[in-house]
Design a protein around this ligand. Sequence first.
Ligand code: AMP
Length: 148
Amino acid sequence: MQAYQHILLATDFGEGAECIVRRAHDMAERHQARLTLLHVMDYLPIADAAYGPGVPFDAEQSQQLLENAHRRLTSMAKGLAIDESQCRVELGSPKEDIIRIAEELGVDLIVLGTHGKHGLQLLLGSTSSSVLHHTQCDVLAIRLKKAS
Ligand code: AMP
């Protein structure tokens, strides 16, 4: 099997997130691949009508939230000696931006978590199934175990 060159790990900071980061990091080491950690902060379309849609109502607050997310991501990375330069936080839509960043970076593997939803939830599309169906590269979905 050909080694991966660049792995993108997408995290929502949810349950099991650290375990997934560790798995992605182990994989990157084994493949001697670059690793990028990504968190997408869901963009809430709260807009000031005077300036049209898409302009955050409170830019300062959005900036603060982005900084908090970046701090959280880098502290997660630090535990595994992953450099801050490998961490990215974006404001937008997780489903779209995971794919966009993967294309921008030219990654060949996206690692994410999945709750393994079935039926209607799967039809409606979780982040993992949406990424899987819209990206050209490989996707590794790590099943998150329910806390007992
Ligand atoms: P979900 O389908 O929403 O349960 O999410 C499945 C996986 O997609 C998560 O375990 C993460 O790996 C990834 N993901 C979901 N939301 C985000 C987000 N906001 N930023 C980055 N990755 C995310």
